[in-house]
Design a protein around this ligand. Structure first.
Ligand code: IFM
Length: 444
Protein backbone atom coordinates (compact mmCIF):
# COMPACT_ATOMS: atom_id res chain seq x y z
CA UNK A 1 0.00 0.00 0.00
CA UNK A 2 1.61 3.23 -1.19
CA UNK A 3 0.43 6.79 -1.36
CA UNK A 4 0.71 6.59 -5.13
CA UNK A 5 -1.99 3.89 -5.09
CA UNK A 6 -4.40 6.76 -4.33
CA UNK A 7 -5.36 9.66 -6.61
CA UNK A 8 -2.71 12.41 -6.71
CA UNK A 9 -5.07 14.98 -5.15
CA UNK A 10 -6.32 12.63 -2.41
CA UNK A 11 -6.28 14.50 0.92
CA UNK A 12 -4.39 12.97 3.88
CA UNK A 13 -4.27 14.27 7.41
CA UNK A 14 -5.57 14.01 10.95
CA UNK A 15 -8.58 15.21 12.93
CA UNK A 16 -9.24 16.54 16.44
CA UNK A 17 -12.02 18.32 18.36
CA UNK A 18 -11.95 21.49 20.45
CA UNK A 19 -12.95 20.16 23.86
CA UNK A 20 -10.67 17.15 23.48
CA UNK A 21 -7.48 19.17 22.96
CA UNK A 22 -7.77 22.91 23.58
CA UNK A 23 -7.88 23.21 27.35
CA UNK A 24 -7.85 26.87 28.49
CA UNK A 25 -11.43 26.30 29.56
CA UNK A 26 -11.66 29.53 31.53
CA UNK A 27 -9.37 31.67 29.39
CA UNK A 28 -9.72 34.12 26.55
CA UNK A 29 -13.34 34.92 27.42
CA UNK A 30 -14.57 31.38 26.76
CA UNK A 31 -17.98 30.50 28.20
CA UNK A 32 -18.93 27.23 29.85
CA UNK A 33 -19.98 24.34 27.59
CA UNK A 34 -22.08 21.29 28.40
CA UNK A 35 -18.91 19.21 28.47
CA UNK A 36 -17.35 21.45 31.14
CA UNK A 37 -20.49 20.99 33.22
CA UNK A 38 -20.71 17.23 32.55
CA UNK A 39 -17.03 16.52 33.23
CA UNK A 40 -17.22 18.47 36.47
CA UNK A 41 -20.21 16.43 37.63
CA UNK A 42 -19.06 13.61 39.86
CA UNK A 43 -19.22 10.13 38.34
CA UNK A 44 -19.68 11.18 34.71
CA UNK A 45 -16.10 10.85 33.43
CA UNK A 46 -13.58 8.17 34.36
CA UNK A 47 -11.36 9.25 37.26
CA UNK A 48 -12.99 12.68 37.29
CA UNK A 49 -10.96 13.79 34.26
CA UNK A 50 -11.92 17.05 32.55
CA UNK A 51 -10.92 19.01 29.45
CA UNK A 52 -9.87 22.02 31.58
CA UNK A 53 -6.31 21.70 30.38
CA UNK A 54 -6.57 18.79 27.90
CA UNK A 55 -3.54 19.04 25.57
CA UNK A 56 -3.23 22.80 26.13
CA UNK A 57 -3.50 23.21 22.38
CA UNK A 58 -4.96 26.70 22.94
CA UNK A 59 -1.45 27.82 23.95
CA UNK A 60 0.59 25.29 21.98
CA UNK A 61 -1.22 25.48 18.63
CA UNK A 62 1.79 26.91 16.84
CA UNK A 63 4.14 24.11 17.96
CA UNK A 64 1.40 21.58 17.15
CA UNK A 65 1.13 22.91 13.61
CA UNK A 66 4.93 22.78 13.29
CA UNK A 67 4.82 19.12 14.35
CA UNK A 68 2.07 18.34 11.85
CA UNK A 69 4.15 19.95 9.17
CA UNK A 70 7.24 18.00 10.16
CA UNK A 71 5.18 14.81 9.98
CA UNK A 72 4.09 15.70 6.46
CA UNK A 73 0.34 16.15 7.12
CA UNK A 74 -1.57 17.56 4.19
CA UNK A 75 -4.77 18.45 6.04
CA UNK A 76 -6.04 19.06 9.55
CA UNK A 77 -9.63 18.84 10.73
CA UNK A 78 -10.32 20.81 13.91
CA UNK A 79 -13.54 21.93 15.55
CA UNK A 80 -14.56 25.34 16.74
CA UNK A 81 -15.70 25.77 20.31
CA UNK A 82 -19.03 27.59 20.11
CA UNK A 83 -18.70 28.92 23.67
CA UNK A 84 -15.23 30.31 22.95
CA UNK A 85 -16.75 32.46 20.22
CA UNK A 86 -20.19 33.10 21.75
CA UNK A 87 -19.79 32.56 25.50
CA UNK A 88 -23.55 32.56 26.03
CA UNK A 89 -24.30 30.73 22.78
CA UNK A 90 -25.84 33.83 21.18
CA UNK A 91 -25.59 37.59 21.43
CA UNK A 92 -22.16 38.84 22.51
CA UNK A 93 -19.34 37.75 20.19
CA UNK A 94 -16.01 37.24 21.95
CA UNK A 95 -13.30 38.74 19.71
CA UNK A 96 -10.54 36.75 21.44
CA UNK A 97 -12.31 33.52 20.55
CA UNK A 98 -12.55 34.43 16.89
CA UNK A 99 -8.93 35.61 16.93
CA UNK A 100 -7.79 32.22 18.16
CA UNK A 101 -9.36 30.38 15.22
CA UNK A 102 -8.13 33.08 12.87
CA UNK A 103 -4.54 32.52 13.98
CA UNK A 104 -4.94 28.76 13.84
CA UNK A 105 -6.32 28.94 10.29
CA UNK A 106 -3.58 31.25 9.08
CA UNK A 107 -0.95 29.10 10.79
CA UNK A 108 -2.20 26.01 9.00
CA UNK A 109 -2.31 27.73 5.64
CA UNK A 110 1.22 29.08 6.12
CA UNK A 111 2.36 25.54 6.94
CA UNK A 112 0.77 24.25 3.74
CA UNK A 113 -1.85 22.25 5.68
CA UNK A 114 -5.44 22.37 4.38
CA UNK A 115 -7.89 23.30 7.15
CA UNK A 116 -11.17 21.43 7.58
CA UNK A 117 -13.38 23.14 10.19
CA UNK A 118 -16.18 21.44 12.11
CA UNK A 119 -18.72 23.85 13.55
CA UNK A 120 -20.11 21.55 16.20
CA UNK A 121 -18.30 18.70 17.89
CA UNK A 122 -20.57 18.23 20.92
CA UNK A 123 -19.65 21.23 23.11
CA UNK A 124 -22.90 23.21 23.27
CA UNK A 125 -22.72 26.42 25.31
CA UNK A 126 -24.14 25.64 28.75
CA UNK A 127 -26.24 28.82 28.61
CA UNK A 128 -28.23 27.27 25.73
CA UNK A 129 -28.56 23.97 27.55
CA UNK A 130 -30.03 25.86 30.48
CA UNK A 131 -32.98 26.87 28.31
CA UNK A 132 -33.54 23.48 26.70
CA UNK A 133 -30.47 22.75 24.59
CA UNK A 134 -30.90 20.89 21.31
CA UNK A 135 -34.53 20.11 22.16
CA UNK A 136 -35.40 23.83 22.06
CA UNK A 137 -37.27 24.75 18.85
CA UNK A 138 -35.04 27.82 18.29
CA UNK A 139 -31.80 25.84 18.37
CA UNK A 140 -31.56 25.55 14.57
CA UNK A 141 -31.65 29.35 14.28
CA UNK A 142 -29.13 29.89 17.05
CA UNK A 143 -26.82 27.40 15.39
CA UNK A 144 -27.24 29.10 12.02
CA UNK A 145 -26.42 32.48 13.61
CA UNK A 146 -23.31 31.04 15.22
CA UNK A 147 -22.33 29.46 11.89
CA UNK A 148 -22.83 32.82 10.15
CA UNK A 149 -20.43 34.50 12.60
CA UNK A 150 -17.81 31.89 11.78
CA UNK A 151 -18.36 31.95 8.01
CA UNK A 152 -18.10 35.76 8.03
CA UNK A 153 -14.71 35.57 9.69
CA UNK A 154 -13.14 32.42 8.22
CA UNK A 155 -15.22 31.55 5.16
CA UNK A 156 -12.68 33.19 2.85
CA UNK A 157 -9.82 30.92 3.96
CA UNK A 158 -11.14 27.52 5.01
CA UNK A 159 -11.91 25.37 1.98
CA UNK A 160 -13.76 22.49 3.75
CA UNK A 161 -16.51 22.83 6.33
CA UNK A 162 -18.49 20.35 8.38
CA UNK A 163 -21.71 21.45 10.05
CA UNK A 164 -22.09 18.75 12.69
CA UNK A 165 -19.89 15.96 13.91
CA UNK A 166 -21.78 12.71 14.51
CA UNK A 167 -25.29 14.04 15.25
CA UNK A 168 -26.20 10.45 16.15
CA UNK A 169 -23.91 10.70 19.18
CA UNK A 170 -25.40 14.07 20.13
CA UNK A 171 -28.91 12.59 20.01
CA UNK A 172 -28.34 9.07 21.31
CA UNK A 173 -25.35 9.28 23.64
CA UNK A 174 -26.30 12.74 24.88
CA UNK A 175 -30.07 12.31 25.23
CA UNK A 176 -30.96 8.60 25.24
CA UNK A 177 -28.21 6.66 27.01
CA UNK A 178 -26.92 9.78 28.78
CA UNK A 179 -23.27 8.70 28.72
CA UNK A 180 -22.31 11.99 27.05
CA UNK A 181 -23.21 15.57 27.92
CA UNK A 182 -25.82 16.76 28.69
CA UNK A 183 -26.49 13.32 30.22
CA UNK A 184 -30.23 13.11 29.51
CA UNK A 185 -32.13 9.79 29.17
CA UNK A 186 -35.35 10.47 27.34
CA UNK A 187 -36.44 8.98 24.03
CA UNK A 188 -38.86 11.79 23.23
CA UNK A 189 -36.16 14.41 23.69
CA UNK A 190 -33.78 12.32 21.64
CA UNK A 191 -36.18 12.45 18.72
CA UNK A 192 -36.77 16.19 19.08
CA UNK A 193 -33.04 16.75 19.23
CA UNK A 194 -32.43 14.72 16.09
CA UNK A 195 -35.02 16.75 14.19
CA UNK A 196 -33.51 20.03 15.38
CA UNK A 197 -30.03 18.87 14.46
CA UNK A 198 -31.21 18.19 10.92
CA UNK A 199 -32.80 21.64 10.68
CA UNK A 200 -29.70 23.27 12.16
CA UNK A 201 -27.54 21.52 9.59
CA UNK A 202 -29.78 22.60 6.70
CA UNK A 203 -29.97 26.21 7.83
CA UNK A 204 -26.20 26.43 8.25
CA UNK A 205 -25.72 25.09 4.73
CA UNK A 206 -28.10 27.78 3.42
CA UNK A 207 -26.18 30.53 5.23
CA UNK A 208 -22.92 29.09 3.94
CA UNK A 209 -24.08 29.37 0.33
CA UNK A 210 -25.01 33.03 0.90
CA UNK A 211 -21.65 33.93 2.44
CA UNK A 212 -18.83 31.84 1.03
CA UNK A 213 -17.57 31.38 -2.49
CA UNK A 214 -15.70 28.34 -3.70
CA UNK A 215 -15.56 26.48 -0.38
CA UNK A 216 -17.30 23.16 0.27
CA UNK A 217 -19.58 22.04 3.07
CA UNK A 218 -20.79 18.67 4.33
CA UNK A 219 -21.74 16.81 7.48
CA UNK A 220 -19.88 14.07 9.32
CA UNK A 221 -21.82 10.92 10.23
CA UNK A 222 -20.55 7.98 12.25
CA UNK A 223 -21.48 4.60 10.84
CA UNK A 224 -20.99 1.09 12.15
CA UNK A 225 -21.04 -1.99 9.94
CA UNK A 226 -23.85 -4.40 10.87
CA UNK A 227 -23.64 -8.18 10.65
CA UNK A 228 -26.45 -10.53 11.74
CA UNK A 229 -25.30 -12.90 14.49
CA UNK A 230 -26.79 -15.90 12.66
CA UNK A 231 -28.56 -16.50 9.37
CA UNK A 232 -31.90 -16.79 11.19
CA UNK A 233 -34.51 -14.38 9.88
CA UNK A 234 -35.04 -12.59 13.25
CA UNK A 235 -31.31 -11.80 13.42
CA UNK A 236 -31.25 -10.65 9.81
CA UNK A 237 -34.12 -8.29 10.62
CA UNK A 238 -32.32 -7.18 13.77
CA UNK A 239 -29.24 -6.22 11.73
CA UNK A 240 -31.48 -4.20 9.41
CA UNK A 241 -32.89 -2.37 12.43
CA UNK A 242 -29.32 -1.81 13.61
CA UNK A 243 -28.49 -0.36 10.21
CA UNK A 244 -31.47 2.02 10.37
CA UNK A 245 -30.53 3.04 13.89
CA UNK A 246 -26.76 3.41 13.49
CA UNK A 247 -26.29 4.32 9.85
CA UNK A 248 -29.44 5.70 8.28
CA UNK A 249 -30.95 7.84 11.04
CA UNK A 250 -29.35 11.02 9.70
CA UNK A 251 -28.18 9.95 6.24
CA UNK A 252 -31.63 8.97 4.91
CA UNK A 253 -33.24 12.33 5.81
CA UNK A 254 -30.38 14.30 4.26
CA UNK A 255 -29.96 12.27 1.09
CA UNK A 256 -33.44 10.79 0.61
CA UNK A 257 -35.81 13.11 2.42
CA UNK A 258 -37.31 10.48 4.72
CA UNK A 259 -36.66 8.79 8.03
CA UNK A 260 -35.70 5.12 7.78
CA UNK A 261 -38.94 3.16 8.06
CA UNK A 262 -37.50 0.61 10.51
CA UNK A 263 -36.63 3.47 12.85
CA UNK A 264 -40.05 5.12 12.66
CA UNK A 265 -41.82 1.83 13.29
CA UNK A 266 -39.60 0.55 16.06
CA UNK A 267 -39.31 3.82 17.95
CA UNK A 268 -42.95 4.77 17.33
CA UNK A 269 -42.10 8.35 16.38
CA UNK A 270 -44.49 10.83 18.03
CA UNK A 271 -46.46 13.27 15.86
CA UNK A 272 -44.32 16.28 16.68
CA UNK A 273 -41.39 14.56 15.09
CA UNK A 274 -43.06 14.52 11.71
CA UNK A 275 -41.22 16.80 9.35
CA UNK A 276 -43.65 18.85 7.29
CA UNK A 277 -43.37 18.47 3.51
CA UNK A 278 -42.08 22.06 3.16
CA UNK A 279 -39.31 21.44 5.69
CA UNK A 280 -37.82 18.43 3.96
CA UNK A 281 -36.14 20.70 1.40
CA UNK A 282 -34.25 22.34 4.25
CA UNK A 283 -33.07 18.99 5.59
CA UNK A 284 -32.09 17.96 2.07
CA UNK A 285 -30.21 21.18 1.30
CA UNK A 286 -27.56 19.88 -1.13
CA UNK A 287 -24.14 19.34 0.38
CA UNK A 288 -20.76 18.97 -1.30
CA UNK A 289 -19.57 15.85 0.48
CA UNK A 290 -20.34 13.39 3.23
CA UNK A 291 -17.83 12.92 6.05
CA UNK A 292 -17.71 9.32 7.25
CA UNK A 293 -16.35 8.31 10.66
CA UNK A 294 -15.67 4.59 10.77
CA UNK A 295 -14.33 2.53 13.66
CA UNK A 296 -15.93 -0.91 13.93
CA UNK A 297 -18.87 -3.21 13.30
CA UNK A 298 -21.69 -4.60 15.41
CA UNK A 299 -22.69 -8.23 15.33
CA UNK A 300 -26.39 -8.03 15.98
CA UNK A 301 -29.05 -10.39 17.24
CA UNK A 302 -32.77 -10.07 17.79
CA UNK A 303 -33.62 -9.13 21.38
CA UNK A 304 -37.38 -8.46 21.69
CA UNK A 305 -37.07 -7.13 25.26
CA UNK A 306 -34.20 -4.72 24.71
CA UNK A 307 -35.23 -1.09 24.21
CA UNK A 308 -35.41 0.90 22.10
CA UNK A 309 -34.47 -1.05 18.93
CA UNK A 310 -35.03 -4.65 20.12
CA UNK A 311 -31.46 -5.57 19.24
CA UNK A 312 -28.40 -6.72 21.10
CA UNK A 313 -24.76 -6.81 20.05
CA UNK A 314 -22.62 -9.88 20.46
CA UNK A 315 -18.85 -9.76 20.94
CA UNK A 316 -16.98 -11.30 18.01
CA UNK A 317 -15.24 -14.29 19.57
CA UNK A 318 -11.58 -14.63 18.69
CA UNK A 319 -11.46 -11.39 16.69
CA UNK A 320 -8.95 -8.64 17.52
CA UNK A 321 -10.36 -5.70 19.49
CA UNK A 322 -8.99 -2.27 20.36
CA UNK A 323 -8.78 -0.75 23.85
CA UNK A 324 -12.33 0.53 23.35
CA UNK A 325 -13.29 -3.13 22.96
CA UNK A 326 -14.26 -2.34 19.38
CA UNK A 327 -13.66 -5.16 16.93
CA UNK A 328 -11.04 -4.39 14.29
CA UNK A 329 -12.98 -4.96 11.11
CA UNK A 330 -11.47 -3.20 8.07
CA UNK A 331 -13.89 -4.76 5.55
CA UNK A 332 -16.69 -2.80 7.20
CA UNK A 333 -15.17 0.41 5.88
CA UNK A 334 -15.54 -0.81 2.32
CA UNK A 335 -19.04 -2.15 3.00
CA UNK A 336 -20.27 1.16 4.39
CA UNK A 337 -18.67 3.19 1.60
CA UNK A 338 -20.38 0.85 -0.83
CA UNK A 339 -23.74 1.28 0.95
CA UNK A 340 -23.36 5.06 0.81
CA UNK A 341 -22.58 4.88 -2.90
CA UNK A 342 -25.60 2.75 -3.75
CA UNK A 343 -28.12 4.28 -1.34
CA UNK A 344 -27.32 7.92 -1.85
CA UNK A 345 -26.26 8.15 -5.47
CA UNK A 346 -22.50 8.13 -5.06
CA UNK A 347 -21.84 11.35 -3.12
CA UNK A 348 -18.24 12.52 -2.71
CA UNK A 349 -16.97 11.16 0.61
CA UNK A 350 -14.14 12.07 2.94
CA UNK A 351 -13.25 9.68 5.73
CA UNK A 352 -13.21 12.32 8.45
CA UNK A 353 -12.21 9.90 11.21
CA UNK A 354 -10.79 6.42 11.49
CA UNK A 355 -8.40 5.16 14.11
CA UNK A 356 -7.85 2.96 17.13
CA UNK A 357 -7.04 3.18 20.82
CA UNK A 358 -4.25 0.92 22.05
CA UNK A 359 -2.48 0.73 25.44
CA UNK A 360 0.52 2.78 24.27
CA UNK A 361 3.38 3.70 26.53
CA UNK A 362 6.84 5.15 26.12
CA UNK A 363 9.41 2.33 26.08
CA UNK A 364 12.90 2.39 27.60
CA UNK A 365 14.27 3.60 24.27
CA UNK A 366 12.03 6.67 24.51
CA UNK A 367 9.76 5.52 21.67
CA UNK A 368 6.18 4.29 21.43
CA UNK A 369 6.12 1.02 19.51
CA UNK A 370 2.50 1.04 18.37
CA UNK A 371 2.85 -1.51 15.63
CA UNK A 372 -0.77 -2.59 16.17
CA UNK A 373 -1.88 0.89 15.07
CA UNK A 374 0.31 0.74 11.96
CA UNK A 375 -1.27 -2.59 11.09
CA UNK A 376 -4.72 -1.13 11.74
CA UNK A 377 -4.14 1.73 9.31
CA UNK A 378 -2.54 -0.45 6.64
CA UNK A 379 -5.61 -2.67 6.60
CA UNK A 380 -8.08 0.22 6.58
CA UNK A 381 -6.18 2.21 3.94
CA UNK A 382 -6.35 -0.93 1.76
CA UNK A 383 -10.16 -0.94 2.02
CA UNK A 384 -10.31 2.74 1.08
CA UNK A 385 -8.12 2.05 -1.92
CA UNK A 386 -10.29 -0.92 -2.88
CA UNK A 387 -13.32 1.38 -2.87
CA UNK A 388 -11.60 3.96 -5.08
CA UNK A 389 -10.50 1.22 -7.44
CA UNK A 390 -14.11 0.08 -7.72
CA UNK A 391 -15.06 3.57 -8.94
CA UNK A 392 -16.07 5.09 -5.58
CA UNK A 393 -15.79 8.83 -5.07
CA UNK A 394 -13.55 8.94 -2.01
CA UNK A 395 -11.55 12.15 -1.71
CA UNK A 396 -9.60 12.05 1.50
CA UNK A 397 -8.72 10.28 4.73
CA UNK A 398 -8.30 12.02 8.07
CA UNK A 399 -6.91 9.83 10.78
CA UNK A 400 -8.31 10.01 14.30
CA UNK A 401 -6.33 11.52 15.88
CA UNK A 402 -3.32 13.80 15.82
CA UNK A 403 -2.41 13.32 19.50
CA UNK A 404 -3.76 11.46 22.52
CA UNK A 405 -6.47 13.55 24.11
CA UNK A 406 -9.59 13.71 26.28
CA UNK A 407 -11.63 10.73 25.12
CA UNK A 408 -14.97 11.94 26.52
CA UNK A 409 -16.38 9.68 29.27
CA UNK A 410 -13.13 7.68 29.25
CA UNK A 411 -11.02 10.69 30.18
CA UNK A 412 -7.37 10.26 29.19
CA UNK A 413 -7.45 6.47 29.50
CA UNK A 414 -7.95 5.73 25.79
CA UNK A 415 -5.15 6.76 23.46
CA UNK A 416 -5.97 7.19 19.80
CA UNK A 417 -3.12 9.53 18.83
CA UNK A 418 -0.38 9.23 16.26
CA UNK A 419 1.46 11.41 18.74
CA UNK A 420 1.73 10.40 22.38
CA UNK A 421 0.65 13.21 24.71
CA UNK A 422 1.53 12.96 28.39
CA UNK A 423 -1.44 14.51 30.24
CA UNK A 424 0.82 15.60 33.11
CA UNK A 425 3.85 17.05 31.36
CA UNK A 426 1.93 17.74 28.09
CA UNK A 427 5.00 16.49 26.20
CA UNK A 428 4.30 15.37 22.63
CA UNK A 429 6.16 12.27 21.40
CA UNK A 430 5.44 11.05 17.88
CA UNK A 431 4.70 7.32 17.98
CA UNK A 432 6.08 4.79 15.55
CA UNK A 433 2.74 5.06 13.70
CA UNK A 434 3.36 8.79 13.13
CA UNK A 435 6.75 7.98 11.61
CA UNK A 436 5.19 5.25 9.51
CA UNK A 437 2.46 7.63 8.31
CA UNK A 438 5.10 10.22 7.49
CA UNK A 439 7.00 7.72 5.35
CA UNK A 440 3.73 6.69 3.70
CA UNK A 441 2.98 10.33 2.88
CA UNK A 442 6.50 10.88 1.56
CA UNK A 443 5.90 8.00 -0.79
CA UNK A 444 8.22 5.48 0.83
O1 IFM B 1 -12.90 10.76 20.12
C1 IFM B 1 -14.02 10.50 19.35
C2 IFM B 1 -14.39 11.68 18.50
O2 IFM B 1 -14.58 12.83 19.26
C3 IFM B 1 -15.66 11.41 17.73
N1 IFM B 1 -15.58 10.16 17.01
C4 IFM B 1 -15.10 9.00 17.71
C5 IFM B 1 -13.81 9.31 18.44
C6 IFM B 1 -13.29 8.06 19.18
O3 IFM B 1 -14.22 7.66 20.14
Amino acid sequence: MKRSDFPHDFVWGTATAAYQIEGAAAEGGRGESIWDRFAHTSGKVLEGATGDRACDHYHRWSADIALMRRLGMGAYRFSISWSRVLPQGRGYINPRGLDFYDRLTDGLIEAGITPFATLYHWDLPQALQAIGGWAHPDMPLWFADYATTIFDRLGDRIPFWITLNEPWCVAVLGHLTGVHAPGIRDLRQTLMVSKNLLFAHGLAVQRFREITKGAQIGITLNMTAQTPATDREPDIQAALRGDAFNNRWFADPIFRGSWPQALVETLEFPRELEIQPDDWALVQEPIDFLGLNYYTRNIVRDAPDVTPMRIETVRAAGAPHTEMDWEIYPAGLYDLLDDIRTRYDNPPVFITENGAAFPDSIAADGRVHDTDRIEFFKRHFAQAQRFIESGGDLRGYLVWTFMDNFEWAYGYSKKFGLVHMDPTSLTRTPKQSAEWFQRFLEGD
